[in-house]
Write a protein that binds this ligand. Structure first.
Ligand code: MN
Length: 724
């Protein structure tokens, strides 16, 4: 076991300013906390955190990371609490230990390996701080190294699978190639012991048999490079790991005997120009194998890896793989950006650690820049926070599947992601076993269970808090279907009444023969449009009952000829006078819900194919949307003789929160002969109500009259016309 002073000295060797006292205290704290606990191997448990801490010194991590490694299992496995950690080591360490503990609790949850990518994202998102992830990876590496002590084979297999599918790719993702290869190979040994054994045996044989051949090849390449004028370089044959050979056999479906390229040659030169110089010398001498050339120097991999890869038919017509890179690239490829940072520091600047805080995490910052190229690196420079999947949350289903959502998603989004039927029937949700409101925002790692009921239907109000497109569109779809049913009923009622006024009994069968005239496929389609107000009921009545006076719309035909509106084809009559001048009779008219125009307002009509004309006030901001479609604008004016017509004006008022205040408001409106069609309290504080009132009025003067009367009342703080 590594001793206390060895660990401290190791840290001091790369960071002379490291807080020695902090590391010493953590060492003792963890030792006491784990006490007599034992590992499966029989070793004292405490040997494990010490090993993990020691592994991290190879990445030259700061004292806080080393301390976190020492403490990483105390909260999960001993009596120690996060509060204890904070009291002894401060907030930063508490946060880091908390992070590692949370990741540990996710272990074994990744049952479904189809979701490995999501699980990796979850780990990164939950890590928040890169150091948390590094401690976790070192922890996993040590656990893999000691895996053989675990008795149950299923448990060993599960841990190995998780390592291969989740943690090794994570290590690669952050450029820790050595770590990745170690994890992969340890997992391989557990999962496919025979395969690995046979590859290792074969490798040993080839190594002995091919040793002379190998040296010959190296010498030939060396000579060629020297002739090309390269001086300071090294070449070595590097055996591939058993895992990477096996992977290749699997994916390329080749026999081991066919794998000539078990050795990759690596040429390490000084700088970038020398890389290309060496490449030129090799390609000039030997044939290249097509499709194998890759230039990761001009286009580095996303984890920062740089190198040139090529494959040639080398001396003796043997296929060989060659990697060419600079010394610095080699360091990064092996140890990740930790090495990159150390490399630069050892070669370069004279300011030796005086700006400690600035330098200590520089490699982490560079790593973060590479990891998140798309966004502005400046944002990351403040700290070591992992912002990568900040816009996403990852949650578990009860079965252990992981679903990814945009940040801000709720259980309703979750329900629709599972299945639209689950969303439609959703009545409640449990997060981590506790019942929560449906608008609760999901957090990383939450386990979500949706409670459904057969009688539930989606509420339109859900649309206001869901964030996924799927949930939004499903809710809208449902609401539309429901609305249509309502429109059909309304249309039926309206027609029945109209027919009655004409002395006829309404019957849907009467309509059927006339459907082509309305360009409708079914009676329901027609009823829905009548209910919605798209089709005028008088028109339907006239055509069906046969009270036709054919006045084909010559006068307006030219005006609307540019419109492919179904109305153009329609016969029209003149049942009741249209309230608006300049429109064809029979055309459906809506008053815009944004500005609620009433007679007296200056107005304009906007044509929408299939929907008729919408009347807006000239001041309405919505009109901007139509500014580039002048053909849709229609000049309209109010008719004068429409004493009975009513229009809705909308008011917003602030009213004192006191007894009878609302009654005062409604009384004033009633007295002024306004009919309240809708009333809504939008805000309620201790002092005021804020209310929206829709009032049916004759015209603007009528509405202004009501406003003036309301303003005269003491309980009314303010009132104005409300137009959005
Ligand atoms: Mn551990």
């Amino acid at each position: 076991m590594i001793r206390q002073y060895e660990l401290v000295e190791k840290v001091k060797s790369y960071d002379p300013d490291a807080d020695e006292d902090l590391i010493n205290r953590a060492y003792v704290f963890a030792m006491k906390a784990h006490g007599a606990q034992k590992r499966a191997s029989g070793d004292p448990y405490f040997s494990h955190p010490v090993e993990v801490a020691y592994k991290l010194t190879q990445f030259k991590l700061d004292a806080a990371s080393i301390v976190t490694a020492l403490l990483h299992d105390t909260v999960e496995d001993t009596e120690v609490t996060l509060e204890d950690i904070e009291n002894s080591f401060g907030k930063e360490i508490r946060g880091l230990v908390d992070g590692v503990t949370k990741l540990s609790r996710l272990e074994g949850k990744s049952e479904n390996m189809n979701q490995a990518e999501n699980f990796r994202k979850l780990l990164i998102a939950m890590s928040e701080d890169l150091r948390v992830l590094l401690v976790k990876l070192a922890d996993r590496l040590h656990n893999m190294e000691t895996l053989k002590h675990i008795k149950k084979p299923e448990k060993r297999q599960r841990i190995a699978r998780e390592t291969a599918e989740i943690y090794a790719p994570l290590a690669e993702r952050i450029g820790m190639r050595n770590l990745k290869e170690s994890l992969q190979d340890l997992a391989f040994a557990e999962l496919y012991p025979e395969a690995r054994e046979s590859i290792v045996t074969r490798l040993n044989f080839l190594r002995e048999a091919g040793q002379a051949e190998l040296e010959k090849t190296v010498n030939i390449i060396r000579k060629r490079l020297e002739e090309a004028g390269l001086k300071d370089f090294t070449i070595h044959g590097r055996e591939k790991t058993p895992f990477s050979i096996w992977k290749k056999m699997e994916t390329k479906n080749v026999e081991f005997e066919q794998l000539s390229d078990i050795i990759a040659f690596r040429i390490i030169v000084d700088g970038i120009p020398e890389c290309y110089q060496a490449l030129g010398a090799i390609h000039a001498e030997w044939h290249t194998i097509p499709g194998r050339f890759k230039d990761y120097i001009s286009t580095p991999k996303s984890n920062g890896y740089q190198s040139i890869h090529t494959a040639i038919l080398g001396p003796g017509q043997q296929r060989i793989e060659i990697q060419i890179r600079s010394k610095e690239m080699e360091e990064i490829a092996e140890y990740g950006l930790a090495a990159h940072w150390a490399y630069k520091q050892s070669r370069g600047s004279s300011d030796n650690g005086s700006t400690r805080d600035g330098k200590q995490f520089r490699w982490i910052r560079e790593l973060l820049e590479i990891l998140e190229k798309s966004s502005n690196p400046e944002e990351f420079l403040e700290n070591t926070k992992l912002e990568m999947y900040n816009d996403q949350v990852f949650c578990f289903t009860p079965k252990g599947d992981i679903l990814a959502f945009p940040r801000g998603a709720t259980p309703v989004d979750f329900a629709y992601a599972v299945h639209s039927g689950v969303g439609d029937k959703c009545v409640g949700a449990k997060i981590n076993g506790r019942i929560v409101p449906l608008r609760t925002r999901l957090k990383n790692g939450d386990q979500v269970e949706i409670i459904t009921s057969k009688t539930q239907t989606p509420s339109p109000s859900w649309e206001r808090f869901v964030v996924t497109g799927k949930a939004k569109s499903e809710i809208r779809k449902f609401v539309r279907t429901q609305q249509r049913a309502e429109y059909i009923n309304l249309g039926r009622a309206v027609l029945a009444k109209t027919f009655k006024q004409e002395g006829e009994e309404f019957n849907e069968k009467l309509i059927e023969p006339h459907l082509p005239q309305f360009n409708k496929k079914s009676v329901e389609d027609l009823l829905a449009e009548v209910g919605e107000g798209v089709l005028s009921r008088q028109q339907v009545a006239e055509i069906v009952i046969g009270q036709k006076k054919d006045t084909s719309a010559n006068a307006v035909g030219s005006m609307l000829s540019s419109l492919s509106s179904p109305f153009r084809k329609k016969k029209s009559g003149h049942g009741t006078p249209m309230p608006i001048k300049g429109l064809i009779p029979g055309m459906a008219i809506h008053f815009a819900g944004c500005c609620h125009p009433i007679p007296g307002d200056r107005i304009v009509g906007i044509v929408t194919t299939g929907k008729g004309i919408t009347i807006h006030t000239m001041e309405c901001e919505t009109l901007e949307n139509y500014s580039d479609a002048p053909e849709r604008w229609i000049d309209v004016a109010w008719e004068h003789d429409q004493a009975d017509a009513r229009h809705i004006g909308r008011l917003r008022a602030q009213v004192s929160h006191e007894p009878a205040a609302l009654a005062t408001v409604t009384n004033v409106i009633a007295k002024e002969n306004g009919n309240i069609s809708n009333f809504k309290i939008v805000n309620r504080s201790t002092d005021f109500f804020e209310i929206l009132i829709d009032i049916e009025v004759h015209d603007l003067r009528h509405l202004n009259n009501i406003i003036a009367n309301l303003r005269s009342k003491e309980v009314v703080q303010s009132v104005e016309r409300y137009q959005t």
